[in-house]
Design a protein around this ligand. Structure first.
Ligand SMILES: [Zn+2]
Length: 417
C-alpha cells in the first residue's frame, strides 16, 4: 500500500516536471519566433551592383534626364532611398579589391586577400550572413545576372583560396542548404568529381531541382521542388557565357527582375528570408569601358530593386532593402576633357550610336574610345579602383547604414539587434 502511494507520488512529481518542461519549451519557441520578427528584419534584400561606384549611378541618371529632354538627373529607384552611406572597399592585401575579397568582406564581415572566398587572410573559415540567417530559420536566395558560381554569389556560400576553382565552388552549394540559387549558368559546367559528370548532376543528386529556363522552372515548382537552382535556358548543357552585356534574346532569357520575382513567390511571406541579388555585368561593361552597356546594367539593377520595393510596400515594418557595390570599376568620369575649358556631356551622340546599333554592344575598341571622347565620358582604368562605394538603404534598420564605415561592418549592421 505504502509502496503504491509512493509510486503515485513519484509519478505525480514526474508528470508535473514534464508539464513544466513542456511549457518552458513552448515559451522558448515563442520567444525565438518573436526574436525573428523583432530583430533583424524579417525580409532582407541585399543588392550588389558589381563594380558600381556612385558615378556609374550618376551616369545612368544623367542619361535618363537626357531622354526626358532635361539637364541634370532622373533618379533610379534606389537613389530615392532615405538613407545613404559610404563603405570602404580595400582588401586584406591590396588597396584595390577584387569581387571575391569584397564579397567576403560584405557577407562574412572580415577582410581577406584578393582572389579568396569565405576564408580570412589568416586562413580561418568564415560564416556568411546568409548562412547565419539560414541557421536561424530564414529561407536564403542567392541570385546573380552572371554565373551562379561567380565570385560575388560564391562569397555567400563558398570557402576557397581560389575564386577560379569553379567546380569546387559549385560543390559547396549543397552544404549551404540554401533554398534558391539563380544565375546565367555555370562556369566549369562539365567539371568532374568521382563518378559525377558535372555541376548539374552533382546538384540534382544533392536534392536541388536544376532548371534551365522558364518551362523547366514551372515544371519543378509544379512537382513541389523544395530547393531550386534556376539558370538561363541558353546555358543548358553548356558553359555559361563569361561576358554578357545586354544582347539578350527576348523570350529566351529570364530578366533580372523576373528571377527575383520568382524567388520571392517561391519563398512566400510566411517564413523570414534573405535574398542577395547581384547585377554582375555592370563590372564587365565597366572593365571594357563600355558606357551605354554599363548604363543599361545599372538600369536593370534599378528595375530589380523596384520588384523588392513592391514587396517592401506590402511589408514596410518588416523589410530591409540594401543596395551597394563591392568596388568601383573603370574610374569613370562625367565630363572628361583634355583642356581646361568648360565641357558638357554629349548624350545626343552617345544615344544615337547606341540606338543605331539596336542597343547592342557592337563597337570595336577604337570606335568605343572615340565615342566616349565625343560624349565626354572618361574612363581611367580597365580594372577596379580603390575608392569607397555608396550604400543605399530603406526599411527596418535602414538608419544603421548612414555615414561612413567599412564594408566589413555591413554584416553586423544587418544582424544587429
Ligand atoms: Zn571586375
Amino acid at each position: 500500500m505504502k509502496k503504491i502511494r509512493k509510486n503515485v507520488v513519484i509519478g505525480l512529481i514526474f508528470g508535473a516536471l514534464l508539464l513544466i518542461a513542456g511549457f518552458a519549451m513552448v515559451n522558448l519557441g515563442g520567444n525565438r519566433n518573436a526574436d525573428i520578427n523583432r530583430k533583424p528584419a524579417k525580409y532582407i534584400f541585399l543588392f550588389i551592383g558589381d563594380g558600381m561606384g556612385a558615378t556609374h549611378v550618376a551616369t545612368a541618371e544623367s542619361y535618363l534626364a537626357y531622354l526626358d529632354g532635361e539637364n541634370g538627373f532622373r533618379q533610379v529607384s534606389f537613389t530615392e532611398f532615405p538613407v545613404l552611406g559610404m563603405a570602404e572597399t580595400y582588401s586584406a592585401n591590396n588597396n584595390v579589391t577584387c569581387s571575391s575579397a569584397a564579397g567576403t568582406a560584405i557577407s562574412c564581415g572580415e577582410k581577406t586577400n584578393n582572389g579568396w572566398l569565405g576564408i580570412n587572410a589568416e586562413g580561418d573559415t568564415l560564416t556568411s550572413v546568409a548562412k547565419i540567417l539560414k541557421d536561424r530559420g530564414y529561407k536564403v536566395g542567392i541570385l546573380s545576372s552572371v554565373p551562379v558560381n561567380h565570385a560575388t554569389p560564391a562569397a555567400f556560400y563558398a570557402h576557397n583560396c581560389s575564386r577560379h576553382d569553379y567546380y569546387g565552388i559549385t560543390a559547396e552549394i549543397p552544404e549551404s542548404g540554401y533554398d534558391f540559387l539563380g544565375g546565367s549558368g555555370f562556369i566549369d559546367y562539365f567539371g568532374k568529381d568521382g563518378n559525377r559528370t558535372g555541376s548539374e548532376e552533382m546538384l540534382e543528386e544533392s536534392g536541388y531541382a536544376v532548371c534551365f529556363g522558364e518551362k523547366e522552372y514551372e515544371e519543378a515548382v509544379a512537382e513541389g521542388a523544395g530547393k531550386i537552382v534556376l539558370c538561363q535556358e541558353q546555358s543548358k548543357g553548356t558553359e555559361a557565357k563569361t561576358y554578357s552585356t545586354v544582347g539578350q534574346a527576348p523570350g529566351k532569357d529570364i530578366s533580372s527582375g523576373e528571377m527575383l520575382e520568382k524567388c520571392i513567390s517561391f519563398f512566400g511571406d510566411e517564413s523570414p528570408f534573405f535574398i542577395m541579388y547581384e547585377q554582375g555585368e555592370i563590372d564587365w561593361a565597366a572593365h571594357a569601358n563600355r558606357t551605354m552597356p554599363m548604363i543599361e546594367s545599372v538600369l536593370k539593377l534599378g528595375k530589380a530593386v523596384e520588384t523588392a520595393l513592391e514587396f517592401y510596400y506590402e511589408h514596410p515594418d518588416e523589410t530591409l532593402i540594401l543596395v551597394t557595390a563591392d568596388h568601383e570599376t573603370g574610374g569613370i568620369t562625367l565630363g572628361a576633357t583634355e583642356t581646361r575649358g568648360e565641357v558638357n556631356l554629349n548624350w545626343e551622340v552617345m544615344d544615337s550610336v547606341w540606338t543605331a546599333s539596336g542597343r547592342e554592344d557592337k563597337l570595336d575598341e577604337e570606335m568605343n574610345r572615340s565615342l566616349n571622347a565625343k560624349g565626354h565620358i572618361g574612363w581611367t582604368s580597365n580594372g577596379h579602383t580603390g575608392g569607397p562605394v555608396p550604400v543605399y538603404a530603406i526599411g527596418k534598420g535602414a538608419e544603421r547604414f548612414g555615414g561612413r564605415y567599412d564594408n566589413t561592418d555591413i554584416k553586423g549592421k544587418i544582424l544587429a539587434e
